[in-house]
Design a protein around this ligand. Structure first.
Ligand SMILES: [Zn+2]
Length: 62
């Protein structure tokens, strides 16, 4: 319950779509992203932007 509230205030974590593991700093990952329209272009922090936009994210192990 408390975690859910906390989650809504913190930015979305970049995690692997396959195993759910969080993508750590310095780690390589593969993301499948649909090119957004000019208006919806990625403007926030890269990890948050990818987490919101990506169709799928795969960590190094997957
Ligand atoms: Zn994974």
């Amino acid at each position: 319950m408390l975690d859910k509230i906390k989650d809504s205030f913190t930015s979305k974590q970049l995690a692997c779509s396959n195993c759910g593991r969080k993508i750590e700093e310095g780690e390589r990952f593969t993301a499948n992203i649909t090119m957004p329209s000019e208006r919806n272009m990625l403007v926030s922090r890269l990890d948050n932007a990818i987490a919101r936009t990506a169709n799928s994210v795969l960590c190094e192990k997957c």
